[in-house]
Structure formats: structure tokens, C-alpha cells
Design a protein around this ligand. Structure first.
Ligand code: GAL
Length: 891
């Protein structure tokens, strides 16, 4: 008896112990540590740190994607994850908070902590970010007397409430560094310096108030204000730009921080896609650390997706890929990710020297070449290298900022060749471990492979047919018409033209204006006689206007505060005139966003009448918000007794303002899923009730995608791709939103697309290529800190290597090209040169085929020497296939 009681208490003790341990693990990620800063760097737990940060916005991915994104950031060499906090998502209704699903901020921060990374939380709460309304909840504009982002009591009150809420939440969850959490830094406001002058004295007062309010929250970690040259003494002002190596904070006591390194750019509907070459990006980052920077964040490291109606404006697309190192789908974007990983490893090797020095020693190496040397007590003039003992730390960055010429420079008695627009990193002041222009990392060619058509007819092979026993509609589409008429019980009639957002409160993109126009015999005779037609004229309009006369769509206008002159045809008698005003993402940048509004501005009239213009603001208008399908939530179940669905005939003519639905099975495997909506016009799509986002098959101009040279200063217009093609045709459907079968897809189409051609695709990197020469540096992982401080490193025993890797779950199925010698061309266009080792293909195949990844030494020892005295290069192109072989590979 006694012994059994003892046993029980022993188990109780055990489980109690486990619970304590579990609580400790789940809430404390680090030993509590303090974060401060000095003029050189952030000081973490009493150590200055050089920090690489990865920008990831949590609602632009699903919680299921977060762990992988964080892991890939860590593997890529990030120390920190940076995110904004999205007020509109967290307080969708005034006073009602939401922290679940994609807005589960606490979970995101905890995942970052669990991975051992730090977190920089940019609360804003204005964030810009190409996010709807810059992150402000739209209800904020209805707070009486409010003026955003200035010395305005109602605004300050709401802002303070929200910022306090977030800081308190982080503190309660023990997520601050001194509690053992990952948060090392906050941000208040966002680039307020850009617009401060618009508010006169109120701007200055607001800025000072915001800083003081943030500090008074006593969060115990530093705060930054980016682009805020007048930031108060105890707030770090930081740089946002493509290059920040010349940046000087507004006080000598502050470190040099780069909160947004724009490694790509966002995309506008109808625009081409931005691409920032990684050689230039690496150059910018290396220059930043070379010239004294100590915290650098990639905006974005993962851009992700503007799901639902979260994308901002004017006209930002659903994808927020940003040409970031991790693509929209969570796959690596190569060679960007890999080259930056090498860069980060090189910078890390320099960290001891970088943090030891308050500033660098500058050496001019040539007209456009310079060195910055970091090390304890170095005196470079006439420096004799041998004077340093084995414990000395010396790291150097050698830059060639010449945009055209390679330069050979002398540095500490050695000669170094520097490609144009590049930086060489020498963690021991002697050996180059990395040059920003020499990319050894592999390239990926990604495709979205066709998996499932959503429709089948006799011309489609039977194996493509999606079969779902439970779902009679699985192989077909159903359709329903969106009425161009009054259906809402909430509609109302008033005289005059109301402002769009005042009516919709942004609960939908769509606002309908209905009125009647009387046309007399005289009017018609006048038009016929003078060969004129009347026109709807609006002084200014954004984003999309559609004009319906007597139920027929007669014209569409797209623009950002453009004048509208839309000719219309009326019949004799009463005509129904419907103006449909649509938003495509609310403005997210600028002063006075609360006044910006949407829809129409200025005079609105009908011109060309016999008796002159007709002022439409004198008429009675009936207002209706949204679509009937939205109101009935047909995207959640697809069904609603008040909505009439019909089978869609194969030969149906394209129809405007139409709903479509079907069911589909999820493709097998883990590869990310995309919907190809390239056959559609414009609208929105939902899968299993999740709002995939707006879609729009709008083609970008043919011109503007010339060749791209990494050399020279980057701007968002340089290096565009995809000219002449639709801006976006693939739309990410996160795996977590799919079930194995019977997934409901609902599409609302405005302009008459063809749903029969919608398909489900799998996104993967099918082709990988790399090109590494004997003149490349040995892999970064082969260098270690001891080597570099120990001065005993030698290049001879370190051969350059090629590293090839298919995405997770994939293996190399074949080596399409391999040549060790002097191969020419680039990925998918390689050819042999005069010099070629005949065993190239067999060596590479043996090393790589059937594997997820492989390393190949670039050396004669492996391939034999096909041509003496010539610098050899290995070029490889391999194919990757899914290792499970299920899913798409059988098509
Ligand atoms: C910055 C802003 C970011 C983002 C970026 C462009 O000025 O701070 O939020 O909008 O521009 O992608």
C-alpha cells in the first residue's frame, strides 16, 4: 500500500517536473539577456554584434509555412527576423482584437525564438508595406476629428492604445529579450521623416510624442525610427534604401542600421516584374558592413502573398514575391539565397574584428578602389604584417566601385584582383574568402507544372479527369450571374454623390451607384443631328469604374485619380445608369491618407445634352455595397438557396460579372500549389472559403526588359522581366488550405474570362545549374574562425566546390549537361568550349544522380586536366524530380 502510494507520488512528481520544464521551454527561448547599443552596434548580452536580419511578414504566409521560412532564414545566415505588425489585421473592428490564424503574432514570435533567432518588431502602427491603407484599419478614418500621423489627439489616442496593446502582449508572453524572449528591438512609426514637413509644427510634435510614448512603455529594448533624421537622442534613426553605405545616423552615439535593404521591389498590376541581381545586392550589403554598418535587414527575405484584399495601392498585385531570396511559395530563389548565404558567412568570419574596432582604417587603393580595415589597434601606415601575433584580429573589405573595369590593387603587400562593382572580403586581412561578384551558388529554373485541369471534356485524356465520388460537380463548372440590380436590403437612396469609402467602409471592393436618366425626343434628335453622344464625365477617379446602361456594361475606366469621359448611349425615356466604383487596394503611402478616399472626386456630370451638361450630383442615387455573392458568402460553401447556380455549358460565351465554382482534388506531394488563372479576366478567387486574393490578367508593356547588368546603381526600373506578359497568372494556394479531395474553388469574374482553362499547378525548381571555376574561392563552410585568427590558413589545400541541391523532397534525376574545361553560355544554354574533360558527365552523374544534393570539387584531381595552364570551369545542368514520384511525375 505504502509503496503504491509512493509510486503515484513519484509519477506525480515526474509529471510536475515535466510541466515545469515544458513551461520553461515554451516561454523562455534564451537565457534572459539585455540589449543596448553604442555608436558601433547593438550590444546583445554585453557583446557588440554584426546582425543580418530577414524580413518576413507573418500574414503574408500561413502559420504552417512559418517554421520552414524561419528555418530557411536561419540556414541562409540570418540572426534576426524582422516583421511589421499589421494593425488592420489585429483590430479589424474598433476595440475587437484578433490574433489568430495568419495574425497569430505571438505564435510567430515564439517560432522565431524557438529557432534561436532574434526578432525586430516594427509596430508602426503605420507600416506602408504595400499593405491595404498602410496597415491602418479603415474604421480609423471615421474616428471624429481624426488626422493621421500628426499632433492630433484622437489619432494619438488610438495609436497609443494599439502600440501599448502589442508591447503589453509581448511582455505578458515573456517575449522580450530580458525575459528570455527573442525580441531585441522595436520600431515606432515608419519613414515619418518623409512626410513630417506636410504637417508643419504638428509633425515635429507628433514625432517627438511618438518617440516618447514608445519609450515610456518601458519595453526594455531599443527602439528605432527609420528615415527619421530628427529622431530624438534615445531612438536609433535607421536607413531604408537600395544602398545605405553612406548613411550617417543623426548622432555620433548611434550605430549605423539598415532597416530596409530593398532586395527587389513590389509589382503593380499591368507592370513587369522587378529583379535585383544578387551581385549588386551582395555588393550593397558588403559595402554597408565595410563602411561601418552593423545591422542590415533584407526587405524582404520572404515577401509572400497579399491574400484576400490585403494588398495596398495604387494597384499592387496579389503576389508580394519581391524577388526575395525565398520566393512567394516558400522555395529558395537561387542564386540569390545561396550567394547571400556565402556573403553572410564571410561577414560572420569578420565579426570579431568588426566589433573590436570603433571604426575602420581607410586606405585608398586606387581612383575608385578602397579598403576598410578592422582590427584592434592597427596602424596601417607602413604596416608590416608580421607584427601581428596569432591572436590579432584583422578583417578587411576591398572595394572596386568602378562600374566597368576590373582592378588589380595592392593591399598589405599582396595583389588582389577585384571585378567591377564588387567587394572582396578578407576576414584575416590576407585571404579573400568571398567576392560579391563571383557567384558560385546554383541557379534554379522554376516552373509551375500542369497537374490538374479543373474541367474535362472528350478531348481531355481520361487520366486528367478529376474524380470525386462525393461531388457530382467535380468534373464541371457551375455558374451564377451576379445581378446588376438592387438586391440588398441595406441599400439606401440619397441626393448626391457619396465618397466611396464613407459608404463601403472597405468591406468590399465594390460600390454600386444607381440612378435614372430621362432622355427626351429632343435629346435624341440633338445627338443625331450633331453626330455627338452624351458622356459620363468625372473630374477624378480611382481605381476602376464600370458604367452600365440599362443593365449592359458599356464602359470601363482604370486609373489612379484620372479624369473620366465615358461616352454612353441612351434610349428615349427613362434609362438606368449604374456606376460601379471598385477599389484595387487602398492607398498605403503618403500624408493625409484619411482624406485620400477612393472612387470619385470633383464634379460628376453627363455632358452633351441639348440643354447643356447635367450635374449628376443633383440627382437621387441609390447605393449598394458589395456583390450579392459576397453578401451570401457563396465562397464558403458554394451553396446558398438565394443564389441560383447552373451547369456551365462547354460552349458558354464569356460572361461578365459572373460567379463560377467547381471542386478539385489536391495534387499529391508537398510541392507548393498554384492556381493558374491566366485564362480569366479580373476578379477574386476563394478556395475552401479562404480568399486567395484579387486576380487580374493584365499585360505589361512590351518594352523595358532589356539586358540586365549588375554593375552600377540599382533602381526599381532596372532589370525588369516578364515584359509583354500578364503581370500575374499563378496564385498561391497554401497547402494548409487544401484537403485531399473536394476542394471548393469559387471565382468571381468581372470581365469575361474562361474558367474551363483554369488549372492547378505545382511549383517546383525543375532545373538546377551551376558554374564554378578554379578561380572561385573555396566554400565558405571550409573556413573557420580559428583558421582566420590563427594565421595558418593556406589556399592550396582548399579547392573550390560546386554545391547542387534540389528543393526538399526532390532528387536529381539526370545530369543534362556537364563540362569541366571552358564551357560557354548560361543555364539551359550551356555548350562545351575547346577544352572539355571527357569524363565530366560521368563524374557529375556519379556524384549527384539520385541524390537531393551533392558537392563536386573543381579540381584536376577529380576530372584530370583537360588543358594545362588554362583556368578550368565546371558547368552543370541537372533535372530535379519529386522523390516520392507521386503527384505530377507520371504526366
Ligand atoms: C518603404 C516602406 C516599406 C515598403 C517599401 C517599398 O519606403 O517603409 O513599408 O513600402 O518602401 O516596398
Amino acid at each position: 500500500m505504502i509503496s503504491s502510494r509512493l509510486k503515484i507520488s513519484f509519477f506525480q512528481f515526474l509529471s510536475f517536473h515535466l510541466i515545469i520544464q515544458f513551461t520553461l521551454i515554451s516561454s523562455n527561448f534564451f537565457e534572459p539577456f539585455n540589449v543596448t547599443y553604442d555608436q558601433r552596434a547593438l550590444i546583445i548580452d554585453a557583446h557588440r554584434r554584426m546582425l543580418i536580419s530577414a524580413g518576413i511578414h507573418y500574414p503574408r504566409a500561413t502559420p504552417e509555412m512559418w517554421p520552414d521560412l524561419i528555418a530557411k532564414s536561419k540556414e541562409g545566415g540570418a540572426d534576426v527576423v524582422q516583421t511589421y505588425v499589421f494593425w488592420s489585421g489585429h483590430e479589424p473592428v474598433k476595440g475587437q482584437y484578433y490574433f489568430e490564424g495568419r495574425y497569430d503574432l505571438v505564435k510567430f514570435v515564439k517560432l522565431v525564438g524557438e529557432s534561436g533567432l532574434y526578432l525586430h518588431l516594427r509596430i508602426g502602427p503605420y507600416v506602408c508595406a504595400e499593405w491595404n491603407f498602410g496597415g491602418f484599419p479603415v474604421w480609423l478614418r471615421d474616428v471624429p476629428g481624426i488626422v493621421f500621423r500628426t499632433d492630433n489627439a484622437p489619432f494619438k489616442e488610438e495609436m497609443q492604445k494599439f502600440v501599448t496593446k502589442i508591447v503589453d502582449l509581448m511582455r505578458e508572453e515573456m517575449l522580450l529579450s530580458w525575459q528570455g524572449g527573442p525580441i531585441i528591438m522595436f520600431q515606432i512609426e515608419n519613414e515619418y521623416g518623409n512626410i513630417e514637413h506636410s504637417f508643419g509644427q504638428g509633425g515635429k510634435e507628433y514625432m517627438t510624442w511618438a518617440a516618447g510614448m514608445a519609450l515610456a512603455l518601458d519595453a526594455g529594448v531599443p527602439w528605432v525610427m527609420c528615415k527619421q533624421t530628427d529622431a530624438p537622442e534615445n531612438i536609433i534613426d535607421a536607413c531604408n534604401a537600395y544602398y545605405c553605405d553612406g548613411f550617417k545616423p543623426n548622432s555620433p552615439k548611434k550605430p549605423i542600421f539598415w532597416t530596409e535593404d530593398w532586395d527587389g521591389w513590389y509589382t503593380t498590376w499591368g507592370g513587369s516584374l522587378p529583379h535585383r541581381p544578387v551581385e549588386d545586392l551582395a555588393f550593397a550589403v558588403a559595402r554597408f558592413f565595410q563602411r561601418g554598418g552593423s545591422f542590415q535587414n533584407y526587405y524582404m527575405y520572404f515577401g509572400g502573398t497579399n491574400f484576400g484584399r490585403t494588398s495596398g495601392g495604387p494597384f499592387y498585385i496579389t503576389s508580394y514575391d519581391y524577388d526575395a531570396p525565398i520566393d512567394e511559395y516558400g522555395l529558395l530563389s537561387e542564386p540569390k539565397w545561396g550567394h547571400l548565404k556565402d556573403l553572410h558567412a564571410a561577414i560572420k568570419l569578420c565579426e570579431p574584428a568588426l566589433v573590436a574596432a570603433d571604426s575602420a582604417q581607410y586606405i585608398k587603393l586606387g581612383p575608385k578602389q578602397e579598403a576598410h580595415v578592422y582590427g584592434g589597434n592597427l596602424h596601417i601606415q607602413g604596416m608590416d604584417f608580421s607584427q601581428f601575433g596569432s591572436q590579432s584580429r584583422c578583417s578587411a573589405f576591398l572595394a572596386n566601385i568602378d562600374e566597368r573595369q576590373t582592378a588589380t590593387v595592392r593591399f598589405l603587400g599582396q595583389s588582389f584582383t577585384l571585378p567591377p562593382w564588387s567587394v572582396s572580403i578578407l576576414p584575416d586581412c590576407r585571404n579573400t574568402v568571398f567576392n560579391t561578384a563571383k557567384v558560385a551558388a546554383q541557379t534554379h529554373i522554376k516552373t509551375a507544372e500542369y497537374v490538374l485541369p479543373l474541367f474535362s471534356n472528350s478531348s481531355v485524356p481520361a487520366r486528367f479527369i478529376v474524380r470525386n465520388e462525393d461531388s457530382p460537380q467535380s468534373t464541371s463548372w457551375m455558374t451564377a450571374k451576379e445581378p446588376i440590380s438592387l438586391w440588398s436590403e441595406e441599400n439606401f437612396t440619397v441626393k448626391g454623390i457619396l465618397e466611396h469609402l464613407n459608404v463601403t467602409k472597405d468591406e468590399s471592393d465594390y460600390l454600386w451607384y444607381f440612378t435614372r436618366i430621362y432622355v427626351s425626343d429632343d435629346d435624341i434628335a440633338f445627338w443625331e443631328k450633331n453626330k455627338v453622344s452624351p458622356a459620363v464625365s468625372i473630374d477624378s477617379m480611382r481605381d476602376v469604374l464600370r458604367v452600365f446602361i440599362n443593365g449592359q456594361l458599356t464602359g470601363s475606366v482604370v486609373g489612379h485619380w484620372v479624369k473620366v469621359v465615358q461616352p454612353v448611349q441612351f434610349q428615349k425615356g427613362y434609362n438606368e445608369l449604374v456606376l460601379l466604383s471598385q477599389t484595387v487596394g487602398l492607398q498605403n503611402y503618403g500624408a493625409f491618407l484619411e482624406r485620400d478616399g477612393a472612387g470619385f472626386k470633383g464634379q460628376i456630370k453627363l455632358t452633351g445634352f441639348k440643354n447643356g451638361d447635367m450635374d449628376l450630383s443633383n440627382l437621387l442615387w441609390t447605393y449598394q455595397v458589395g456583390l450579392k455573392g459576397e453578401f451570401l458568402k457563396v465562397h464558403t460553401t458554394g451553396d446558398n438557396e438565394k443564389f441560383e447556380w447552373f451547369d456551365l455549358a462547354v460552349d458558354a460565351i464569356p460572361s461578365t460579372f459572373t460567379w463560377y465554382k467547381t471542386f478539385f482534388d489536391a495534387p499529391a506531394g508537398d510541392d507548393p500549389v498554384a492556381l493558374d488563372l491566366g485564362s480569366m479576366g479580373k476578379g477574386q478567387a476563394w478556395v475552401n472559403g479562404h480568399h486567395i486574393g484579387r486576380y487580374w490578367t493584365i499585360v505589361s508593356p512590351k518594352d523595358g526588359c532589356g539586358s540586365c547588368d549588375y554593375r552600377g546603381a540599382y533602381n526599381s526600373g532596372k532589370c525588369r522581366t516578364n515584359c509583354g506578359n500578364p503581370t500575374q497568372t499563378w496564385y498561391h494556394v497554401p497547402r494548409a488550405w487544401l484537403k485531399a479531395s473536394n476542394n471548393l474553388l469559387v471565382v468571381f469574374e468581372e470581365t469575361g474570362g474562361n474558367p474551363f482553362e483554369i488549372s492547378v499547378k505545382l511549383r517546383s525548381a525543375k532545373v538546377i545549374c551551376a558554374q564554378v571555376s578554379e578561380s572561385h574561392y573555396p566554400p565558405l563552410r571550409k573556413w573557420s574562425q580559428t583558421d582566420l585568427t590563427g594565421w595558418n590558413i593556406s589556399r592550396n589545400d582548399m579547392t573550390p566546390e560546386m554545391h547542387l541541391k534540389c528543393q526538399d523532397g526532390h532528387i536529381m534525376s539526370s545530369v543534362e549537361f556537364a563540362s569541366y574545361g571552358t564551357p560557354k553560355g548560361s543555364c539551359q544554354k550551356f555548350s562545351r568550349g575547346n577544352c572539355h574533360a571527357t569524363n565530366s558527365s560521368s563524374v557529375v552523374t556519379k556524384a549527384c544522380q539520385g541524390k537531393n544534393s551533392c558537392n563536386i570539387a573543381i579540381s584536376n584531381a577529380l576530372f584530370g586536366d583537360p588543358c594545362r595552364g588554362v583556368i578550368k570551369t565546371l558547368a552543370v545542368e541537372a533535372r530535379c524530380i519529386s522523390s516520392s514520384n507521386s503527384g505530377y511525375s507520371h504526366y
